[in-house]
Design a protein around this ligand. Structure first.
Ligand SMILES: Cc1cc2nc3c(=O)[nH]c(=O)nc-3n(C[C@H](O)[C@H](O)[C@H](O)COP(=O)(O)OP(=O)(O)OC[C@H]3O[C@@H](n4cnc5c(N)ncnc54)[C@H](O)[C@@H]3O)c2cc1C
Length: 438
């Protein structure tokens, strides 16, 4: 008798949602009768909400990254390093792009992986809304490489200013940074940069401090942080302005040129570094998979998280769009949504394999928190525990903010290792340098 074919579950993207899912699937099913496969284009995982800290140098991603190879060995799934580029739905195969060496030599040819169930969790990329010059002249905080690139350029400019001021006592040099987008990413990055600049003088740039930073935060909407109540957004704006950030609301950017942002009124804002953090969209190739998408290329999913045209293909996190019945807006692209969707997809894969009806995804909005680095944390918490919606600031908000990452650590490592890592993280924070300077 031939060997029974294993049920193959392929998850594309090992980010906030995908990595939690493969860890649960691997932990539950192991390798005996199932093959759980993660396809991921990076070798290591860094939780995306930490990227602004990596960019500012406040966090050393080498210490917080998770290597997929060791993680898959621990949790019983297989890791395929590669970039997903298409699906053959009739044959139930995913297509993986050729793997190229740095010099362009093809190391692994284009290949296919069979699936019985497919989960697409490829996240999002920055949306430049086709604004001229943005792709060429602005930095995006989409991944670890982009955050590292930002940090290196930032440090180079800090060095330039520090040298100029050491050489000429009367020099009045600045590092100018323009951030487009007054959502959580832009606001958190602006505050984190001040924190980093203040620390730099302890690391050899004696004449450099936060007064050498000139940050402009530009938001097209009437106020920054649209996801938070007016009062909290106002508190965050005040805090930023106290730090020295120039906050512009109701200002639309129409073009980016080298080192210059151009607004609809014709004003030009100069920056040594231009950062675009004004919204997200799904990667464009999702629009060409033959599955239903919206104009942001997000895959439309049913309440079960299955794609509308193929019951064997699920999608979760930023790359999918789901609007619950009776609601006007889709679930926002957040780590907490990806985390909750991963739990529903896990349950529904099990139900599907058992031949049971699938469950409906229910989103529990636990609120939004925005960290202004060590200066402040503001946000609103939602839920029965706080009796609906509660505005929070300060220590409590900071505690809840950091607990989001801790929950992710527990979800991907399990309780024992997760707790150990949280404790080790506390210890290394005391002994390691406050900034990553290389
Ligand atoms: C600076 C910043 C701060 C944020 N702060 C918060 C916050 O405080 N709270 C919050 O809730 N949310 C926050 N977010 C949003 C949050 O990070 C995302 O909503 C969340 O990461 C989405 O999870 P995901 O699993 O859908 O995608 P991701 O976590 O982005 O993971 C997608 C994975 O897919 C991989 N991938 C992509 N394309 C391919 C491909 N073609 N082939 C193979 N692999 C692929 C990527 O390498 C990545 O590992 C923040 C985002 C940023 C950028």
């Amino acid at each position: 008798m031939g060997e029974q074919r294993k049920t193959q579950i392929v998850v594309i993207g090992g980010g906030a949602g995908g990595l939690e899912l493969v860890r649960r699937l691997g932990g539950r099913y192991g390798r005996e009768r199932h093959d759980i496969i993660l396809v991921e284009k990076s070798r290591t995982h860094v939780w995306k909400p930490l990227l602004h800290e990596v960019a500012a140098g406040a966090l050393d991603a080498n210490l917080d990254e998770v290597g997929y190879r060791s993680h898959c060995h621990r949790w019983g799934y297989r890791f395929f390093y590669g970039t997903f580029e298409g699906i053959n739905r009739e044959a139930r195969e995913v297509l993986i792009a050729p793997l190229l060496d740095e010099d362009g030599t093809e190391l692994v040819a284009r290949h296919r992986i069979r699936y019985d169930y497919l989960v697409i969790a490829v996240g999002s990329v920055t949306n430049d809304f086709d604004t001229p010059g943005v792709a060429e002249n602005c930095l995006f905080l989409d991944d670890r490489e982009a955050a590292d690139r930002f940090r290196n350029r930032l440090l180079n400019h800090c060095l330039r200013v520090s040298r100029a001021m050491t050489a000429r006592g009367d020099a009045d040099e600045h590092v100018r940074i323009a951030i487009v987008g007054g959502g959580a990413t832009g606001v958190e990055l602006a505050a984190e940069l001040f924190n980093a600049a203040a620390a730099l003088r302890h690391y050899g740039l004696e004449v450099f401090d936060e007064s050498r930073l000139k940050i402009t935060l530009i938001e097209a909407g009437p106020r920054i942080l649209p996801a938070l109540p007016d009062k909290l957004a106002e508190a965050a704006k005040e805090e930023l302005e106290n730090l020295g950030v120039r906050v512009l609301a109701g200002v639309r950017v129409v073009e980016a040129r080298p080192r210059t942002i151009v607004t609809a009124s014709g004003e030009t804002i100069e920056g040594d570094l231009l950062v675009w953090a004004a919204g997200v969209k799904a990667p464009e190739f999702l629009c060409y998979l033959g599955l239903e998408t919206n104009r942001n290329c997000q895959l439309i999913v049913k309440p079960t998280m299955q794609t509308t045209q193929d019951e064997r293909i699920f999608a979760l996190g930023d790359c999918c769009s789901y609007t619950p019945e009776g609601e006007e807006r889709p679930i926002p692209p957040r780590a907490q949504a990806a985390h909750q969707m991963a739990a529903t997809v896990f349950a529904n894969l099990k139900r599907s394999m058992d031949g049971r009806p699938l469950k409906t995804f229910t989103y529990h909005d636990h609120g939004s928190l925005v960290s202004l680095s060590r200066f402040s944390t503001v946000g609103s918490l939602m839920g029965n525990l706080v009796g609906g919606r509660m505005a929070v600031e300060g220590r409590l908000a900071r505690l809840v903010y950091t607990s989001l990452y801790r929950m992710h650590l527990l979800a991907i490592h399990g309780w024992l290792k997760g707790l150990a890592l949280i404790l080790v993280g506390h210890a290394t924070r005391i002994v390691r340098p406050k900034l990553k300077l290389h």
